[in-house]
Design a protein around this ligand. Structure first.
Ligand code: GDP
Ligand code: MG
Length: 452
């Protein structure tokens, strides 16, 4: 996942107090020092680093952890609260009636992010989305955008022959006046010079966009702060998207610096593909960073041919401990479709699926092969056997093997795999934070009538 360095640094700091019931001053200071280094390496600025670590130290000294909570978890919970607060509350853009102007310097990922956003709203929200390519300075911008959005439902408007950005935008708006969401990709410059300022002001006036979204490359670290501040002054930025979090150790600094300018971070970019975009919600982001798990993220990750209810039901099963062979199958199927097991794992509490993070390509192919065999075997089982695999003793195993044309050993392997998965799933039940998220989502009513 993104910010891997910061995550390691935080874990290293917290490991200093592992198993401790009391801390002396020296031990506390050692943890704080390690944490400070980790934050600075992620390019958090000096003031934020100081504030964050001082608050942690103070709370560690003043607050007793609740009964049953060890000091390490206590420190983790404090850090969670502080980091979430630092990154600010989330902001939602409704998927209707939006005219969005993308702004930012050259090469930050504006065009890529325009495509990502368009695809996100089109796919996840079933919105009717159109994009206008208004960068007339960069040859190929129109074909870049068209290419990124081929095989999607998004309409791409542009005119590679024209050098008149304002005219293109006028025509585009006219043509796509009934789109739910209209996104306009603009030209950048190497710096915010007079030229760019004039162009953006003209465009901003013409478009009368209700959202002005700034795109910033995370690579610049805390320097993202001043950039965000100047764009904000110029076009009154309504939200920021921080890109390339996948390729830099300085992403923490970029996120925190942007947050302090008061503009909310809306999304993050974590790769070059159109699907590499994540909605930004600081609590979920930090929860993943600290290895506490993120249920909503897990559900969002579900492949497109698996609907949300199905994903939710599976998650609910995982939490309940009632984990059948069908559930295991769905889970493995989901993991193999998502492709990157690492990504899947980053949404689960750290260590829960111990060791699986290292699953290589060969193992993934193996998993695909297993899945097919499991399907065949399961087709020879009764509903009762699939729901209660523990009743599968030697007679039944023999029958199932014969019925599905595999060896008894194959059937035993499937049962062993189920036992292993079930044990891992038990780990989730013990995870307080995940249970809380789960209950919250249940209460929201959306998933109330799921039959288990
Ligand atoms: P623009 O000049 O602001 O429009 O930037 P582009 O959208 O053309 O992106 C510049 C480069 O950054 C391209 O090579 C993109 O593929 C790459 N890029 C954009 N977003 C991301 C991201 O989130 N992660 C990675 N790794 N690369 C990205
Ligand atoms: Mg561009």
């Amino acid at each position: 996942m993104a910010l891997e360095g910061l995550r390691k640094g935080i874990f290293s700091a917290l490991s200093k107090i592992k198993g401790k019931r009391r801390l002396d001053e020296a031990e506390l200071q050692e943890m704080i020092r390690t944490l400070r280094r980790a934050l600075q390496e992620a390019d958090f600025n000096v003031r934020q680093t100081k504030e964050l670590t001082e608050r942690l130290a103070q709370k560690m000294q003043e607050e007793e952890p609740r009964p049953g909570i060890n000091l390490q978890t206590h420190a983790m919970n404090i850090l969670y609260t502080e980091l979430v607060r630092l990154l600010g509350p989330p902001r939602e853009i409704p998927p209707r009636g939006q005219t969005i102007m993308m702004v930012g310097l050259y090469g930050q990922g504006k065009t890529t992010t325009t495509a990502k956003l368009a695809n996100w709203w089109s796919k996840k929200m079933q919105a009717n989305v159109a994009v206008i390519e208004a960068d007339v300075h960069r040859p190929g911008a129109f074909s870049q955008l068209s290419q990124l959005l081929e095989n999607t439902k998004v309409d791409v408007f542009g005119d590679p022959e024209s050098k008149d950005a304002v005219d293109i935008v006028k025509r585009g708006i006219e043509k796509h006046s009934n789109a739910d969401i209209l996104i306009i990709d603009t030209a950048g410059r190497h710096q915010l010079d007079e030229d760019l300022v004039d162009e953006l002001k003209d465009m901003s006036y013409l478009v009368n966009a209700n959202e002005r979204i700034l795109v910033i490359d995370a690579q610049v670290g805390q320097a993202a702060g001043p950039v965000a501040a100047s764009f904000n002054e110029l076009v009154d930025v309504t939200g920021v998207i921080v890109t390339k979090l996948d390729g830099t150790a300085r992403g923490g600094g970029a996120l925190s610096a942007v947050a302090t300018t008061g503009s909310p971070i809306l999304f993050t970019g974590e790769g070059e593909k159109v699907s590499d975009i994540e909605k930004f919600e600081s609590d979920r982001f930090i929860s993943r960073l600290l290895g506490m798990g993120d249920i909503q993220g897990l559900i969002d990750l579900a492949p497109e041919d698996m609907d949300e209810i199905e994903a939710m039901r599976l998650t609910q099963r995982m939490m309940s401990g009632r984990f059948t062979l069908n559930d295991m199958y769905t889970q493995m199927d989901m993991m193999s479709k998502i492709g990157t097991v690492d990504k899947f794992l980053s949404f689960l509490p750290a260590g829960m699926l111990g060791g699986m993070g290292q699953m290589g390509r060969k193992q993934k192919e193996e998993m695909q092969g297993n899945l097919e065999r499991y399907r065949t075997i399961m087709d020879s089982m009764t509903e009762n056997e699939k729901n209660n695999p523990q009743i599968l003793k030697s007679d039944r195993i023999k029958r199932v093997a014969r019925g599905s044309g595999v060896t008894e050993k194959n059937v035993r392997e499937l049962i062993a795999q189920w036992n292993k998965s079930r044990k891992m799933m038990k780990g989730i039940q013990g995870n307080r934070k995940m249970s809380k998220q789960m209950r919250k989502m249940m209460k929201s009513g959306e998933f109330e009538d799921l039959t288990m």
